[in-house]
Structure formats: C-alpha cells, structure tokens
Ligand binder design. Structure first.
Ligand code: NAD
Length: 271
C-alpha cells in the first residue's frame, strides 16, 4: 500500500528539475499523476537534466516504475489552458486531491531587475509565470476539492521571496514569490473550512540542471562558496524538496495549513 493510493495529483512544471522530482515522488507513493509542463521535453534544454532522465519523459519514468501518469502540455499563464488541464484530469480520473503549483522561475539579468529600475516587460512576465500561474491553478482545482471536501495544495515560492538580495537585483522574482507565499496564507483561510490545506515551500539553492548551468557556470569554487552560506554546508537536492512535498501532500500534514516552509539547509543568504 502506498500512502497516496487512490489519490490524484497535478504537478506543474514537471518536465524537469524540481517538478519532475515531485511528480516521481507522488507517483512512487501511489498517486495517479498529471505531469504538466509548457514543454514535456523541457529537460532537453540542460545537459545535466537530459543525462539524468531514465526514460523519454517524466510520464514514462513514472510508468516504468509501476505508477500511473498522463502528460498534459499547458502554459500556466493561460487561464483557459489551466482550466482545460484540470478538466482533462477530472475526465480521466474523476477527482483531484493534490496540486503542486511548481511551474515558474525568473527571467532577465539581476542588473536589469534592480528594484528601482525594473524593466516593466520582465516584471510582467515573471509575475504572470509565477503569481498568476499559481493563482490560476489553485482556482481551477478549488471547486473540485471543495466538492470532495478534501485536498492538499502546495505552492512554490523561494528564499528570494522571504528576503531581498543584497544589491536589490531580481526584485521582480522576489516580489512575485513573496506574493505567492502571502497568497497561500489567504488561500488556506479561504479553503480551510472545506477541509483543504494550502501550504507554500520556499526552496533555497537547489541543484537542478538549470541552476547548475546558469547560476554556477564555469565556477568550480562556486559550490563551496555558496555552501558556506548554508548551516548544513551543502547545496540542496531535488530530493530534499520532494521529501517536504511528501509531508505536505500526505496525512502527516493534516493539521498544517497556511505555512511557508523554507527548504534551504539553514541559509543565511546575504551575510
Ligand atoms: N532550483 C532552485 O534552486 C529553486 C530555488 C527557489 C525556487 N525555485 C522554484 O522552484 C520551481 C522549479 O524550479 P526548477 O529549478 O526546477 O526550474 P526549471 O526551470 O528547471 O523547471 C521549471 C519547469 O517549469 C516549466 N515552465 C516554465 N514556464 C512555464 C509555464 N508558463 N507553464 C508551464 N510550465 C512552465 C519549464 O518548462 C520547466 O520544465 C520554480 O517555481 C522556481 O522558481 C527553484
């Protein structure tokens, strides 16, 4: 018996990186998983991600491990597409128990995204990807979870949403992630009477293929320098985050809602 046997989960941004790890973890626990991404082969963009794949897609990996999954390409910035994703899941499996609203990320260079000189186009894009995408997904699953009088929602912020960078760069991303964390607190109050929990995770430095390629390119000393800022003296893995998602999507967290959990190894960000 898996802890999530009989449950249905949706994970957005699950073509690679953290979302892929969440989808695989929920599948291994017995949930039927809708693996969603704007591009279900997004792993091809980064060498480390592509090398890590054990099958042609996250869906194929879950199926190869004996689980059940479907793949649905969906841009979370498109409200109609998000509604169609949830309709597809309901048509296929008749319910939705878990949402991990993981799709998101930053765009642009820190120098173009300082708080006082923020490029409006980047602000618009990053707010749409992160905040609007999260809200659309939560709004789409809420009526079904209310009808079931049960559900578990996990949203994804970042340590950048908990405190600023020292130079004020990447302000658009930090503000969007802070908004997700606070939105989740409101969501928990709204949905709590319906038996639904809503919690937010705030990852720190997690070594996905994208982070390896873009944050630490050609810097052999960088891992050690960044790790020095972390109490546990190492950078995070996708499994470190998937373990917390397991907690927040199983009965272990039944009386936990409206929280924001940092998964950062005890990071002191800008000391
Ligand atoms: N890796 C980290 O260190 C870290 C730290 C803090 C927060 N996060 C957050 O965790 C989440 C995943 O991070 P990651 O490192 O795995 O990122 P990633 O870029 O490797 O993966 C993101 C996935 O989301 C998909 N995606 C992007 N835009 C989308 C859209 N509009 N609609 C649907 N799918 C879309 C991409 O195709 C990709 O597969 C993001 O929300 C990110 O902001 C990551």
């Amino acid at each position: 018996m898996g802890k999530l046997d009989g449950k249905v989960a949706i994970v957005t941004g699950a073509g690679r990186g953290l979302g892929r790890a969440y989808a695989r973890r929920l599948g291994a626990l017995g949930a039927r998983v809708a693996v969603s991404d704007i591009n279900l082969r997004s792993y091809a963009e980064y060498e480390t991600e592509a090398k890590d794949m054990t099958a042609e897609s996250t869906v194929a990996e879950i199926e190869a491990a004996g689980g059940t999954a479907i793949g649905v390409e969906c841009d979370v910035m498109d409200r109609g597409a998000v509604d169609a994703l949830v309709r597809r899941v309901i048509d296929e499996w008749g319910r939705v128990d878990i949402l991990v609203a993981n799709a998101g990320g930053g765009r642009g260079r820190p120098v173009d995204t300082r708080a006082s000189t923020l490029d409006p186009a980047l602000l618009q894009l990053v707010t749409s990807m992160n905040l609007f995408g999260t809200v659309y997904c939560c709004n789409a699953v809420a009526p079904h979870m209310k009808a079931q009088h049960a559900g578990k929602i996990v949203t994804v912020a970042s340590v950048a949403g908990l405190g600023p960078s020292r130079d004020g760069g990447y302000a658009h991303y930090g503000a969007a992630k802070a908004a997700i964390a606070h939105y989740t607190r409101y969501l928990a109050q709204d949905l709590g009477p319906h038996g639904i929990t809503a919690n937010c995770i705030a990852p720190g430095f997690i070594m996905t293929g994208r982070v390896v390629a873009t944050v630490f390119p050609n810097r052999s000393d960088a891992n050690a320098n960044f790790a020095e800022m972390v109490a546990l003296r190492r950078l995070g893995t996708v499994e470190d985050c998937a373990k917390v998602v397991e907690f927040l999507t199983t009965d272990l967290s039944d009386y936990v809602t409206g929280t924001v959990i940092a998964i950062d190894g005890g990071l002191v960000r800008w000391a």
